[in-house]
Design a protein around this ligand. Structure first.
Ligand code: MCA
Length: 326
């Protein structure tokens, strides 16, 4: 549940911070079913009466064709790595642009630098989530540091906490935020809402981060096993529950493996019951989960690694298969 007050607070802070004006032309290629495309991009444009060029979805060719007319572009990291893979994405194409922003998934330092050397533009990375809109941003003027998501927006209170204790600068903990920009809770889910909203009004984001003396935030991962693929959030549990229902599966662990295009891709590690059939499993998943959540790879193992409590050690699986993939 997101109030108009929250939307206004975030929209106007961003509009100012990113220097929007009526002379801007936003090239919009993001899906409109996420906060990124619907609120972040559209509110910046609407609050400044800027023009918007709408593409139905992101396509490298159409983006290149339209960039020459635009001044601002917002994307997920996959958009930037796909643009860079094309030789006709040149400095000239970006000559009228004043701002490229990135979010929804971590932008690698490699992509940041490659984009800078190709176009002369430093992508402005910012950090947000549906429950809070945009939380931090690198500056419009000043250093945009790759690997950092920048400073808290005006009106956003941010702290790093370790089990309720506020961390010192340089200490790693969970990012918590408060302010008018926050949502009011999950629709008809009081239990889930209470799990993330503290009594003092702070939202526990679940992201692990570290803040420096100046208030710059760096993200270090998540305290859940959430997978972010092409800017889409994928919860492994949802896929595992369906996988474990398939006849030829004893148990499964779904993990994200680093991927050059999507940031992470979905991989299922499976303990099979007899002969494993990838086709059968894919068919079983097809009507149960969205296409982009279906694992792109199945790894067959005899058993899954567990800790002394019996919990599956996904970090071990991630480390092992990321190493193999690299
Ligand atoms: C599509 N596919 C995917 C994804 N999208 N697989 C993994 N991860 C994905 N994200 C699969 C499809 O199921 C299909 O599989 C195949 O890829 C091709 O589908 P297509 O639709 O053509 O894919 P695409 O056009 O290449 O799409 C990839 C994309 C898109 C352009 C990266 O996912 C995208 O626009 N993502 C942006 C999401 C976003 O806006 N997130 C913001 C949320 P098959 O071939 O097997 O059928 S976060 C947010 O809002 C907060 C506030 C924030 O901070 O921003």
């Amino acid at each position: 549940m997101i109030s108009h007050r929250a939307l206004m607070a975030n929209g106007s802070a961003l509009n100012q911070l990113w220097g929007f004006s009526q002379s801007d032309i936003l090239l919009h290629t993001l899906p409109l079913f996420h906060v990124h495309g619907l609120f972040v991009a559209m509110h910046c444009a609407m609050l400044s009466a800027a023009e918007v060029i709408f593409l139905e979805k992101f396509s490298v060719s159409e983006t290149i064709d339209n960039l020459a007319r635009a001044t601002v572009f917002m994307g997920v990291p996959t958009y930037y790595s796909r643009l860079l893979s094309r030789d006709d994405f040149t400095k000239d194409v970006c000559s009228g642009m004043r701002l490229f922003t990135s979010g929804s998934a971590p932008l690698t330092e490699q992509t940041h630098h490659a984009f800078h050397s190709r176009t002369g533009h430093k992508i402005l990375e910012r950090y947000g989530m549906t429950e809070a809109g945009i939380i931090t941003s690198n500056p419009l003027h000043g250093d945009r540091i790759p690997g950092s998501v920048g400073f808290a927006l005006s009106g956003v209170q941010m702290r790093i906490s370790d089990d309720g204790r506020e961390c010192d600068p340089g200490e790693v903990g969970i990012v918590e935020v408060a302010g008018d920009h926050l949502f009011n809770g999950y629709w008809q889910k009081p239990k889930e809402t209470a799990e993330v909203l503290r009594d003092d009004g702070f939202l526990v984001t679940g992201d692990i981060g570290v803040m420096d003396e100046d208030g710059r935030l760096r993200l270090k991962g998540r305290n859940t096993d959430l997978i972010i693929s092409g800017g889409e959030n994928i919860y492994p549990k949802e896929i595992e529950l369906h996988l474990d229902d398939v006849e030829c599966v004893v148990e499964s662990a779904v993990i994200g493996i680093l991927d050059d295009d999507l940031g992470e891709r979905v991989v299922a590690v499976i303990v099979p019951d007899g002969i494993f059939s990838e086709q059968k499993v894919k068919e079983a998943l097809k009507n149960q989960v969205a296409d982009f959540k279906v694992p792109s790879e199945f790894i067959i193992v005899e058993e899954l690694p567990r800790n002394s409590m019996g919990k599956i050690q996904k970090s071990k699986l991630r480390d092992a298969y990321n190493e193999q993939a690299s």
